[in-house]
Write a protein that binds this ligand. Structure first.
Ligand SMILES: [Cu+2]
Length: 483
């Protein structure tokens, strides 16, 4: 372990030691009134969730592994030696039982990104559970009744920027179907074991010398660049030179579930010679809308349906503002694959915006004022790398108070020069204006985004930027249910 690694671990250790959040050591004077993950109310709400009664069992071993990315072979951390980890696929209402074994040299947990689950299974170390130590294990068990395309990853340090992630698909029994194939496409930016590690990248950003030269990208006019220059961008763990190939027959329809598991990269996704019909955002159905391309920030998911032409077509994810791509192939017939550097014209065609999306089957209460509003200014900058909320770095003692049953508005105001994909655990929210349902929302520099939610899942829940490096340096806070 080199000096930077050691410093980072020491710092992480100190940060955790100060928290002690699970029981007694909660906010001064307020601990007794918080609904903690151990509160009986968490189990009572779980008992109200509809369940099929079927238990689906999984095992995940977090371990060091040598992984072939389709040419580059890297030593990294992964679940069971594969990147991505194996996909979980259940029916809505099934009980997920997943045993995590930790063979890493550091603490870890699994966070379930998307499903509105019981608080004590949310996988935030020192907030919703004790961290799982090296050699330890923990069994997650919860009713997964939020249909959609979700995913899992650790919630410690820079672990997400290694190979620790997997898709979690909760199939909807009400889904009308109408497609012949169901493909999962997980996007990632890759830097681990390419002459540096995510911990060294973090150290560099903190010192102000950038990971590998920082990027203040303004690519394509969307201002969705990142802080770190990555050597590789992956689809399902493969570099563009050795893409995964999805096969089908001409005129078949494919549902494609897009997950952005990257740490610092928004992707612009297009399929050569095809329009994309967008059907779901962050797992929730939207009124279908056609586009040439869409942008997906870290933590976001989109489901699309495509009606396939005959031939060989590139599914391209352009790393926004970074002049690099990830690639997969769709093959329905004869033909020579396009070169790995292909950038189909659809990338600069119609680009989906949040305002193009309308939720299905929901009428957001228009003009009804919330019971409580929390204003979160997103603050900090590249120079001092001091990302925070309301000018302050994460402090586990600070809670944004809400009560069960309240209508809650969280208003993000981005006062920084960078964009931030803001994620709320345990809930989905409706965006002001359209009522679009999401759990992760891009907030552009200078913009204000209002997110309305119903407080129906008691516990203590993280709100944070899904840029791994912004999160780790302080852009996070906690929504805290009170009794
Ligand atoms: Cu951020």
């Amino acid at each position: 372990m080199n000096a930077v690694d050691r410093r980072t671990f020491v710092r992480a250790g100190l940060a955790l030691a100060g928290t002690g959040l699970l029981a007694a050591c909660t906010p001064t004077g307020a601990g007794a009134s918080l609904i903690l993950p151990t509160d009986p109310r968490v189990g009572e709400v779980e008992a109200l969730r509809r369940t099929t009664g079927h238990t689906r069992r999984y095992r995940f071993t977090a371990q060091a592994a040598q992984v072939d990315l389709g040419g580059p072979v890297v030593r990294t951390w992964a679940y069971d030696g594969s990147v991505p980890g194996k996909e979980i696929r259940v029916r809505a209402g099934d009980v997920v039982q997943a045993e995590l074994s930790n063979l890493l040299p550091v603490d870890t947990t699994i966070h379930w990104h998307g499903p509105a689950l019981r608080n004590d299974m949310d996988g935030v170390p020192s907030l919703t559970q004790e961290p799982v130590p090296p050699g330890g294990s923990f069994t997650y068990r919860f009713i997964a009744n939020t249909p959609g395309t979700h995913w899992l990853h650790p919630h410690s340090g820079t672990q997400l920027d290694r190979g620790l992630y997997a898709a979690v698909i909760v199939e909807d029994p009400e889904d009308p179907g109408g497609y012949d194939h169901d493909w999962t496409v997980v996007l990632d930016d890759w830097i681990d074991d390419t002459g540096t590690t995510p911990d060294e990248v973090l150290g560099g950003l903190r010192r102000g010398d950038g990971g590998r030269g920082s990027m203040h990208g303004m690519g394509g006019g969307t201002a969705l660049g990142g802080d770190v220059r990555y050597p590789y961008h992956l689809i399902n763990g493969r570099v563009p030179a050795a893409p995964v190939v999805f096969t089908a027959r001409p005129r078949q329809r494919a549902r494609v579930r897009l997950v952005n598991a990257a740490s610092d990269t928004a992707f612009r996704v297009a399929l050569g010679s095809h329009r994309l019909r967008v059907t779901h955002s962050d797992g929730f159905a939207v009124q279908p809308v056609d586009t040439d391309a869409l942008l997906i920030g870290m933590g976001e998911r989109y489901d699309i349906v495509v009606t396939l032409e005959e031939g060989v077509f590139p599914l391209v994810a352009l790393a926004e503002g970074k002049d690099a791509t990830a690639l997969a192939m769709v093959r329905t017939g004869e033909g020579t694959p396009p070169p790995s550097s292909i950038r189909p014209a659809e990338l600069i065609g119609d680009l989906l915006r949040y305002d193009d999306l309308r939720p299905v089957g929901e009428t957001p209460p228009l003009g009804v004022p919330p019971d409580v509003e929390h204003r979160l200014d997103l603050t900090g900058g590249m120079m001092s790398y001091d990302w925070g909320i309301n000018g302050l770095p994460f402090d586990p003692v600070r809670r944004l108070p809400i009560r069960e049953g309240q209508r809650v508005r969280i208003t993000f105001r981005n006062r920084s020069m960078m964009w931030h994909p803001m994620h709320l655990h345990g809930h989905t929210f409706r965006l002001g204006g359209t009522g679009l349902r999401k759990d992760t929302v891009i907030v552009l520099p200078g913009r204000t985004v209002a997110c309305d939610l119903t407080a129906d899942n008691p516990g203590q829940w993280m709100i944070h930027c899904h840029n791994t490096y912004h999160h780790e340096t302080g852009m996070a806070t906690i929504l805290g249910y009170r009794k």
